[in-house]
Design a protein around this ligand. Structure first.
Ligand SMILES: Nc1nc2c(c(=O)[nH]1)N[C@H]1C(S)=C(S)[C@@H](COP(=O)(O)OP(=O)(O)OC[C@H]3O[C@@H](n4cnc5c(=O)[nH]c(N)nc54)[C@H](O)[C@@H]3O)O[C@H]1N2
Ligand SMILES: Nc1nc2c(c(=O)[nH]1)N[C@H]1C(S)=C(S)[C@@H](COP(=O)(O)OP(=O)(O)OC[C@H]3O[C@@H](n4cnc5c(=O)[nH]c(N)nc54)[C@H](O)[C@@H]3O)O[C@H]1N2
Ligand code: SF4
Ligand SMILES: [Mo]
Length: 826
C-alpha cells in the first residue's frame, strides 16, 4: 500500500526554521496522527517533541471563528464581505485623510510565502507605503544586514549536510538542542560517527546544547565582536589566513584587520581565560572545515549586525565558505522567516531581493505589478513603527500572525500605542491573545494543517505546507483575506487570485525579472512553469531553482568565490567592540537575558494547548546563580520579583550554576493570557541595533527581590478561567483541563474568598472549609458527580502533591470523596 492510499499527507512542521518534513493523517476520531517524513532532506523522518505533539495543538478549543468588530460596549460578528469591506474602507479613508504613511502592516515569519507576498504587494505596490515590517525584525534582521554588507545579498550559503561534513562546529548564541532540535540530533549523530568533530558552544549561559560540546565558552554578555575580532587578529598573527582567497575574492581586509587589532583587554571584555581563547583560536585556525552556527545571542543585540560581520570576516579570511563542511550559518527561527525575507516583507527591501535604492528594480516591479503607486522609500521598522503609532503618525495597523503585545520590547508602550491607534486589525487563529484583546476588528485565519502554501527553511529549502483538516468556523487563508481587502480597495485585477498556487507562480516569475544570469541568487525560474498539479505535488526544492529538482540536491552558495556585490568580491566589514547599551547600576545590579524553553513556542498560543508539552516546564521562571540568590535572599522554587524602572515580573526562581553571578535568564513564553506578570518584554527597553533595527532582547539591567507569600492555591478546572487581581497565577494545560498555580500575600481566608468568585456556580458546588487549620478545599461536580473544578488552598504544595491532585482530577479517587465536602456559604 503506498502512502497516499494509507491517507498520509506530506506537509512541513509548523514550528522552527529547520523545516522538518511531516506526514499527517486524520484519525476516525477526528484527531491528527503525525510522523516524520523519511524522505524529507531536512529531517529524514526525525521530529522533536514539538513536532511529535503537533496533533495535540489542532484542537478547536479557543479558536477564533468569525470576523468580529469590537467596540467599547460590545462585540459584533460580521460576515466576510462586511469585514473585508470595513477593513478596506477604513484603510482607504485613513490614507485619504492622513496620507500613505499613516497606515502599516506588522506581519510574521509564521505566514506562508503566498500570504507574505500578497501582503507586501498590497501595501508597497498599491497602498504606496513601505510601512510593512515583520517579527523577523526581532529575529533575523541583524543577519540580513550582515549578509548584505558582506555578500551583497541576503544569502545563507550553507546546506544542512555541511554539519555532517564539518570537522569543527562553533555554535554562537544558539541553544540548538532546544530551539532547532532535529539539527542538533543530526549533529549528535555526526559526532557519534566522528568523535573528533570539535564542537564549541559560545553562550554566557550553560544550556543543554553544551552537553554535546567539547568546550563551552561562557562569554560575557554582548562581547562576541571582541571575541571574533580577536580571532581575526590571531589568524593573521599565526599565518592562518587564506591569502590567495583574500586577494582574489574579497575586499576591505586591511581595514577590518586594523580595526580588529585595536587594543582591548580581551580577557577582561569576554571574561574568558587566555587559555580558553587560545584553544578556540588555534582550533579554528588549524581546522579546515568549520561551520559557525549563530542565532539570537548574536542577532538580538545593539551590535547584532557587527557581531554577524565579525563572524563572517573570520570565514572570509580563511576561505571557509562555500566549501563542503564550511561556512557561516545564520540559523532561522520561524518556519518561514526566510520566505518573508525573500518576498521582501521587511520595511527596507522591495521584493525578491530587489532594493529601493535601485531605480531599475523599482521600474521592473512597477511594470510587473502594473501599478503607479509603488512605494519608493523604505518604511518604518518594527520598533519605529510602534513609536509612530504611539505618537499618532500611524493611524491604522493590520497585525497578522504575531503577538506584539508579548513579543515586542517595552510592553507598556506597545499597549499604549495600540490603545491610541484609531484602527487595529488583527488576523490570528486564536480568539484570546494579548494582541487580539487590543483589536477593533479581528479576522479568523486558518492555522497549520488547514492552510496551504510554501515555506522556506534555514538552508533555503522551499517545502509545501498542505491542507489536511477542515478549518473551524469562518477561518480563511491569510492570502485570501488580504486579497479580498485589496479587491475592495479597488485593485480587482491585481489581486484576483483563485488559489495559493497562482500567488506562488506570480512570485516565482517575479524572481526571474532581469535575472537571466542569476544576478540575484534568489531565482525560482525552475518553478515558474508549475501548473496546479505540479504545485500540489511540489517536493522540497532548494533555491536557486534553475530547474525543477526531481531528486534531492544539496547546494551551497559562493563555492566559486563570486559574491553578489557589484565587483563580485566578498566584503570585510570593519567592526569595533562596543559594550551593550544597558549598564548595571546600584538599583539594577543584574543583567537579564531572555530566550526559549524546549517545549514551548513563543507566546504559547499553540504549544500551550498540549498537556504533553506543558510537562517539560510548567511555570514562568528566572534562572539565578546560587551566590546571587544568597545575596538577594532568593530561595530556589520560591517566587521572586524581577524589576526595573520600566516594569516588573513575578516568576519562580530556579537557582542554578548555569548562569553567571551577574546574569538572570527568563523564558519568553508566558504572558497575560497564561500567567500574571510574567513577560520579560515588560522589562526590556526598545534599544536597537542602529543598522538592523533589531532589539537588544538579551541584555537589560534589572533588580531581583523575594516575594513573601502568605498563601498558595491550586485551582484545577476543565475550562479556562480568567483570574483577576491575584498576585501570582500561572496556567498549565493538563489532560482534560488546566491547572492554575496561585500564590498571594493575602491570608488563606482572604485568598479563599477571592478564588470563590471563580467557582462554577452552574455546577453542583460542594465545599469543604478547613480554613481554620490553614487549609480549604472545594470541588464542583457535574450531574454525573465528575469533578469540574477543584480548588485547594494551603501554605505550600510539594511537587508530589501537585501531581497527585492533577492525577486525581481526571480519575476521581478518595481525594475527591464527595462526603468529605461540606457546603458553606461564601
Ligand atoms: N523550543 C522552541 N524552539 C524555537 C522557538 C521557540 O519559541 N521554542 N522559536 C524559534 C525562533 S523564532 C527562534 S528566533 C529561534 C531562536 O533560537 P536561539 O537563538 O537558539 O534561542 P534563544 O533561547 O533565544 O537564545 C539563544 C542563546 O543566546 C544566548 N545569549 C544571550 N546573550 C548572548 C551573547 O551576548 N552572546 C552569545 N554568544 N550568546 C548569548 C542565550 O543565553 C541563549 O542560550 O528558536 C526557534 N525555535
Ligand atoms: N524578550 C524577548 N522577546 C522576544 C524574543 C526573545 O528572545 N526575547 N524573540 C523574538 C523573536 S526571535 C520572535 S520570532 C518573536 C516571536 O513572537 P510572536 O510572533 O509574537 O509570537 P507567536 O506566539 O509565534 O505569535 C504568532 C501569532 O500568530 C498566530 N498564528 C499562527 N499561525 C497563524 C497563521 O497562519 N495566520 C495568522 N493570521 N495567525 C497565525 C498565533 O496564534 C499567534 O498568536 O518574539 C520576539 N520577542
Ligand atoms: S526541529 Fe523544528 S521543524 Fe523539526 S520537528 Fe522540531 S520544531 Fe518542527
Ligand atoms: Mo525568531
Amino acid at each position: 500500500m503506498n502512502q497516499q492510499e494509507e491517507g498520509w499527507i506530506k506537509t512541513t512542521c509548523a514550528y522552527c526554521g529547520v523545516g522538518c518534513g511531516v506526514e499527517a493523517r486524520p484519525k476516525a476520531c477526528g484527531e491528527l496522527e503525525v510522523r516524520g517524513d523519511q524522505n524529507h532532506p531536512s529531517n529524514y523522518g526525525k521530529l522533536c517533541t514539538k513536532g511529535i505533539a503537533l496533533g495535540d495543538t489542532v484542537v478547536h478549543e479557543g479558536r477564533l471563528l468569525y470576523p468580529t468588530l469590537n467596540t467599547q460596549s460590545a462585540s459584533q460578528t460580521l460576515d466576510w464581505d462586511e469585514a473585508t469591506q470595513m477593513v478596506a474602507d477604513r484603510f482607504s479613508q485613513t490614507i485619504e485623510e492622513h496620507g500613505r504613511d499613516s497606515v502599516a502592516f506588522y506581519v510574521s515569519g509564521q505566514l506562508l510565502t503566498e500570504d507574505y507576498y500578497v501582503a507586501n504587494k498590497l501595501i508597497k505596490g498599491f497602498m504606496g507605503s513601505a510601512n510593512i515590517d515583520s517579527n523577523s525584525r526581532l529575529c533575523m534582521a541583524s543577519s540580513v544586514v550582515g549578509h548584505k554588507r558582506a555578500f551583497g545579498s541576503d544569502t545563507v550559503p550553507i546546506c544542512y549536510e555541511d554539519l555532517e561534513q564539518a570537522e569543527m562546529v562553533v555554535i554562537v548564541g544558539s541553544n540548538l538542542a532546544w530551539c532547532h532540535p532535529v539539527l542538533f540530533q543530526r549533529l549528535r549523530i555526526a559526532k557519534q560517527s566522528n568523535p573528533a568533530l570539535n564542537i564549541v558552544v559560545i553562550d554566557p549561559r550553560r544550556t543543554d546544547t553544551c552537553d554535546l560540546a567539547d568546550s563551552h565558552l561562557a562569554i560575557a554578555s554582548g562581547s562576541d565582536v571582541a571575541l571574533f575580532n580577536g580571532l581575526l587578529s590571531h589568524l593573521q598573527q599565526h599565518d592562518a589566513l587564506d591569502e590567495p582567497y583574500i586577494a582574489t575574492h574579497t575586499q576591505g581586509f586591511q581595514h577590518a584587520l586594523e580595526t580588529a587589532t585595536r587594543d582591548i583587554d580581551l580577557t577582561q571584555v569576554t571574561q574568558l581565560s587566555t587559555e580558553q581563547l587560545h584553544q578556540f583560536y588555534c582550533a579554528f585556525a588549524h581546522t579546515e572545515r568549520v561551520v559557525t552556527i549563530y542565532s539570537q545571542g548574536v542577532n538580538q543585540s545593539s551590535r547584532g549586525s557587527d557581531k554577524v560581520n565579525a563572524i563572517l570576516n573570520c570565514h572570509l579570511a580563511t576561505g571557509k565558505i562555500g566549501k563542503p563542511g564550511s561556512g557561516p550559518f545564520s540559523i532561522t527561527g520561524q518556519p518561514n522567516a526566510m520566505g518573508g525575507r525573500e518576498v521582501g516583507a521587511l520595511a527596507n527591501t522591495l521584493t525578491a531581493h530587489m532594493e529601493f535604492e535601485n531605480p531599475r528594480h523599482q521600474q521592473l516591479i512597477r511594470e510587473f505589478w502594473q501599478t503607479e503607486q509603488l512605494a519608493t522609500q523604505p518604511g518604518l521598522k518594527a520598533i519605529d513603527m510602534f513609536d509612530a503609532i504611539e505618537c499618532g503618525k500611524i493611524k491604522a495597523i493590520w497585525i497578522m500572525a504575531t503577538n506584539p503585545m508579548v513579543s515586542l520590547p517595552n510592553s507598556d508602550k506597545i499597549q499604549s500605542a495600540l490603545t491610541k491607534c484609531p484602527l487595529v486589525v488583527v488576523s490570528d487563529c486564536i480568539a484570546d491573545t494579548e494582541t487580539t484583546r487590543m483589536a477593533d476588528i479581528v479576522l479568523p485565519a486558518q492555522g497549520w494543517s488547514e492552510k496551504s502554501g510554501t515555506v522556506t527553511n534555514s538552508e533555503r529549502r522551499i517545502s509545501r505546507q498542505r491542507r489536511i483538516l477542515p478549518s473551524p468556523g469562518q477561518a480563511k487563508p491569510d492570502w485570501w483575506i488580504i486579497s479580498q481587502v485589496a479587491q475592495k480597495m479597488g485593485h480587482t485585477d491585481a489581486f484576483n487570485y483563485q488559489h495559493e498556487g497562482e500567488v506562488f507562480n506570480e512570485y516565482a516569475r517575479l524572481t526571474t525579472l532581469d535575472n537571466l544570469q542569476n544576478e540575484r541568487d534568489l531565482n525560482l525560474i525552475g518553478l515558474t512553469s508549475l501548473d496546479a498539479q505540479g504545485y500540489s505535488r511540489l517536493t522540497p526544492q532548494q533555491w536557486p531553482v534553475t530547474e525543477l529538482q526531481q531528486q534531492t540536491t544539496n547546494q551551497r552558495l559562493f563555492s566559486d568565490g563570486r559574491f553578489n556585490t557589484p565587483n563580485h568580491r566578498g566584503r570585510f566589514v570593519a567592526v569595533c567592540y562596543h559594550p551593550p547599551v544597558a549598564t548595571i547600576t546600584h538599583d539594577t545590579p543584574l543583567i537579564l537575558n531572555s530566550g526559549r524553553t524546549r517545549d514551548h513556542w513563543h507566546t504559547m498560543t499553540r504549544t500551550g494547548l498540549s498537556a504533553q508539552l506543558a510537562k517539560h516546564c510548567s511555570e514562568p521562571y528566572v534562572q539565578i546563580h546560587p551566590n546571587t540568590a544568597a545575596q538577594f535572599s532568593i530561595t530556589d522554587g520560591h517566587l521572586a520579583w524581577v524589576s526595573n524602572a520600566q516594569g516588573t515580573a513575578l516568576v519562580r526562581a530556579n537557582v542554578t550554576c548555569d548562569v553567571s553571578p551577574q546574569q538572570l535568564f527568563m523564558p519568553i513564553h508566558w504572558n497575560d493570557t497564561t500567567a500574571n506578570h510574567s513577560k520579560p518584554c515588560a522589562l526590556i527597553a526598545n534599544t536597537t541595533d542602529k543598522a538592523s533595527g533589531q532589539p537588544e532582547f538579551k541584555h537589560s539591567a534589572v533588580a531581583i527581590s523575594p516575594y513573601q507569600r502568605n498563601s498558595c492555591a491550586l485551582f484545577i478546572s476543565k475550562k479556562i478561567i480568567h483570574l483577576k487581581g491575584i498576585d501570582y497565577w500561572a496556567r498549565q494545560k493538563i489532560q482534560g483541563g488546566y491547572v492554575y498555580r496561585i500564590e498571594s500575600t493575602l491570608p488563606i481566608n482572604e485568598l479563599a474568598k477571592a478564588l470563590a468568585l471563580y467557582l462554577d456556580r452552574d455546577e453542583r458546588c460542594q465545599i469543604r472549609n478547613e480554613s481554620a487549620q490553614g487549609k480549604a478545599r472545594w470541588i464542583t461536580l457535574d450531574a454525573h458527580a465528575r469533578p469540574v473544578q477543584f480548588v485547594s488552598l494551603q501554605d505550600h504544595f510539594t511537587k508530589q502533591q501537585v501531581s497527585e491532585l492533577i492525577e486525581a482530577f481526571n480519575q476521581p479517587s478518595e481525594l475527591f470523596k464527595a462526603d468529605e465536602m461540606i457546603e458553606i456559604a461564601l
